[in-house]
Design a binder for this molecule. Structure first.
Ligand code: RB5
Length: 147
């Protein structure tokens, strides 16, 4: 069974719940790091929790906030994380093919529900191409060690 971890702040709570139900219907094992209601919460806390699980279990993660921006900025501070903000299917595909992104970030206030789920499916179904892109991703990983 494919395992995935999801999380959101209050600004992305409804989409996170929709994504969870969508992935459960596709028979994913879904770990949910919260939030669990619409009470205000700081998105860096959720990003950190999710990224720890992505690194520990070597799985992909999906984060949602109001714009997808703040939670993505926070996620990209965690070593090992390549978080990509994607609000169209082309970017979602390329974020996997070329960048081997392991976290997808989305903004609930930016895209409609139908497009959001297509972006999720496209991102999950696309595979890293490796080759010349591997060298580039390795350079990003090397930069983390130099901080
Ligand atoms: C919360 O209101 C909002 O700032 C947050 O969800 C996100 O959009 C930040 O980037």
């Amino acid at each position: 069974m494919n395992k995935i971890v999801i999380g959101s702040d209050h600004g992305g709570f409804e989409y996170k719940e929709i994504i969870k139900n969508h992935l459960l219907a596709l028979e994913y094992e879904v770990l949910d790091v919260g939030c669990f209601d619409k009470s205000s919460i700081d998105y860096p806390d959720i990003a950190l929790k999710l990224c720890e699980i992505v690194n520990r279990d070597k799985i992909k993660g999906i984060l949602v906030c109001g714009t997808g921006i703040g939670i993505g900025i926070a996620a990209n501070k965690c070593p090992g994380i390549r978080a990509a903000l994607c609000h169209d299917e082309y970017s979602a595909r390329m974020a996997r093919l070329h960048n081997d992104s392991n976290v997808l970030t989305l903004g609930q206030r930016v895209v409609g529900e139908g497009l959001m789920l297509s972006i999720v499916d496209t991102w999950l179904d696309s595979k890293f191409e490796g080759g010349r892109h591997e060298n580039r991703v390795n350079k990003i990983i090397k930069m983390e060690g130099e901080k």
